[in-house]
Design a binder for this molecule. Structure first.
Ligand code: ADP
Length: 439
């Protein structure tokens, strides 16, 4: 049975429609599949779409780019923050709710001897030992107020470190453990405490003596006149001792607190040495041979008062710690790099273990001898400060029973050059007048 032309056309159109619809369906399915695949693993390239899909894909692409940018920004901020915490001189340890270490910075590793990889996940109390730490943790966990703990940490051969340890709650259950090295502060505080105790003690001794004599002098039956005279003389000695001590304390405090650099006087050291030699002779009372050594024609830029006080202390120490009959030589010269003021004696000498500590305030090897010769225990501390203010340093060489050389070493830049320098001939004359050997 033959079909009419119009029916054939209708069938053809229908078939075509079915084919087009099928093709569209296949494309939809393929693009959906591509989208699903991309959503499963969004790292790869987005598929190319057409029609509505193109719009969806391009929006997704834009979203992805924005998200990527935000991710990079976040990452760089996090890296920055990480680097900042890593660079902190204070220790930072993050603990989880149970006290396991989650993260720590290099300072914390150094403070507690921990390892940033090996020790992650371990309980802090198993690794951090020290008196009071367990109690601090327990109090913190119990919600009690805790103050920073001063925690001494033994460091094997290298001694002890003192840390201030604080705990801070963060997020919901986390704990931040912060550590700060307070060794220097504790040492400075100990020095301050010792200093106050020493000053009080040094002042109390003469005061006790004076008040003892005063009691006797004002008693109902006063001592006979010859004892009274002796008491008054001893009281006067003690008053002088206190005066010297207070004077040295004031000098030291001025030097320590001076914010300004020292004055820039032209110090005529050869002339100063003349007066130091005369003072030393007076202090010695003829018991020693006191001679000038090499005296270079060099003037010095610095505070005349401070230099006089420092050099004078070294000279008077030589007289005080050299037994009668001893010899003391004072010299001033340049060795190419430094200007050297040296005082050499053949006195009692100093055991080597004491030498590094001699410039500490009130450090004396033999307190009886120091006090008996009018010492305050502050002379070398003053010398050290004066030299440091002039960019110099004190060097000490000594041998017990043989004697000592104290050298105040100053940088050559402090030499006054040019026409201010004494002429060499002038100096040779200077030395000749005194019968001094020329180097
Ligand atoms: P002091 O007032 O006790 O002399 P210093 O600070 O001047 O205090 O000196 C500290 C200590 O150094 C002295 O007590 C003494 O033990 C020692 N000392 C200083 N100079 C000499 C020296 N020339 N020879 C031996 N010992 C010295």
């Amino acid at each position: 049975m033959a079909m009419s032309g119009s029916s054939t056309f209708a069938i053809l159109v229908l078939v075509l429609l079915v084919v087009v619809l099928a093709a569209l369906l296949v494309r939809q399915v393929r693009q959906r599949r591509q989208l699903r695949r991309w959503l499963d693993a969004p790292q790869g390239e987005l598929p190319d779409g057409s029609g509505a899909w193109r719009e969806i894909f391009s929006r997704l692409q834009r979203l992805r780019k924005e998200e990527h940018k935000a991710h990079l920004l976040l990452k760089s901020r996090l890296d920055h923050f990480h680097q900042a915490v890593r660079a902190l001189p204070d220790g930072v340890i993050l603990l989880d709710g149970d006290g396991h270490i989650q993260w720590l910075n290099p300072a914390a590793c150094g403070h507690f001897g921990l390892d940033a990889t090996r020790d992650i996940g371990i309980l802090a109390e198993q690794l951090i030992r020290g008196i009071g730490f367990q109690t601090l943790l327990a109090d913190f966990r119990a919600g009690r107020d805790v103050l920073p703990l001063a925690l001494p940490i033994n460091e094997g051969m290298t001694g002890k470190r003192i840390l201030s340890v604080s705990l801070i709650a963060f997020a919901d259950t986390g704990t931040l453990l912060l550590s700060h090295d307070i060794g220097e502060i504790v040492r400075a505080e100990n020095i301050r405490r010792d200093f106050i105790a020493n000053v009080s003690h040094e002042l109390r001794t003469p005061l006790t003596v004076i008040s003892g004599f005063l009691e006797q002098l004002t008693a109902d039956s006063p001592p006979p006149p010859e004892s009274t005279r002796r008491f008054l003389s001893l009281m006067s000695d003690q008053a002088l001792r206190m005066n010297r001590l207070v004077g040295d304390l004031l000098t030291l405090s001025r030097l320590e607190n001076a914010a300004d650099p020292p004055r820039e006087d032209r110090v005529d050291v050869p002339a100063l040495m003349d007066s130091l030699l005369a003072e030393a002779q007076a202090l010695s009372g003829g018991r020693h041979t006191i001679e000038p050594g090499v005296i270079a024609p060099i003037r010095l830029r610095g505070s005349a008062d401070e230099i006089r006080s420092a050099f004078g202390n070294l000279v008077s120490n030589a007289v005080r710690y050299t037994p009668a009959g001893g010899r003391i030589v004072i010299a001033w010269q340049e060795d190419g790099e430094e200007l050297l003021f040296t005082v050499t004696d053949n006195g009692i000498g100093i055991p080597p273990e004491h030498i590094p500590r001699l410039t500490e305030r009130f450090y004396r090897i033999d307190k009886g001898r120091s006090t008996a010769t009018g010492g305050t225990g502050l002379g070398l501390a003053i010398v050290k400060h004066v030299l440091a203010r002039h960019q110099g340093q004190l060097r000490i060489e000594s041998k017990i029973g043989t004697g000592s050389t104290f050298c105040a070493c100053l940088p050559c830049e402090r030499r006054i050059a040019g026409r201010d320098r004494l002429e060499a001939d002038e100096v040779r004359e200077h030395q000749h007048d005194r019968g001094v050997p020329t180097r």
